[in-house]
Ligand binder design. Structure first.
Ligand SMILES: [Zn+2]
Length: 117
């Protein structure tokens, strides 16, 4: 049985509130599917990678956890491996992260904002 979870537009990591936003063309502009910025407390995800959205969000949230709790001790390879492992465990448990707003012409940013309530 799938247990869908809607992704919030904000996540709390430690005492910090991160904005989670879609950023179209992130891949084209910076050659990244997602990004984490500890200074602005902002996670950006390129919505073009539809089948990777949940895994990419977990990956960037792990970067935030790494920054807030671990003083950035984990390497990029560590974060990648842990994110894939967590994603696989969630899938095996039947937990599906629903990332709204990437079908058709729907406004992706507006859709994420709607999930806040
Ligand atoms: Zn990374």
């Amino acid at each position: 049985m799938d247990i869908p979870i809607k992704l919030p537009a904000k996540v709390k990591i430690g005492g910090h509130l991160y904005d989670v936003v879609f950023r179209p063309y992130l891949w084209l502009e910076e050659n990244r599917q997602g990004s984490h910025n500890a200074r602005t407390r902002r996670i950006e995800i390129d919505p073009a990678f539809k089948s990777n959205l949940a895994a990419n969000i977990i990956h960037e949230e792990l970067h935030a956890i790494n920054n807030v709790y671990l003083n950035d001790r984990l390497t990029e390879d560590d974060v990648t491996a842990l994110a894939e492992g967590i994603y696989q465990v969630l899938i095996d448990l039947g937990i599906r992260i629903i990332v709204g707003g990437f079908d058709g012409d729907e406004d992706i940013q507006g859709s994420l904002q709607e999930q806040e309530g």
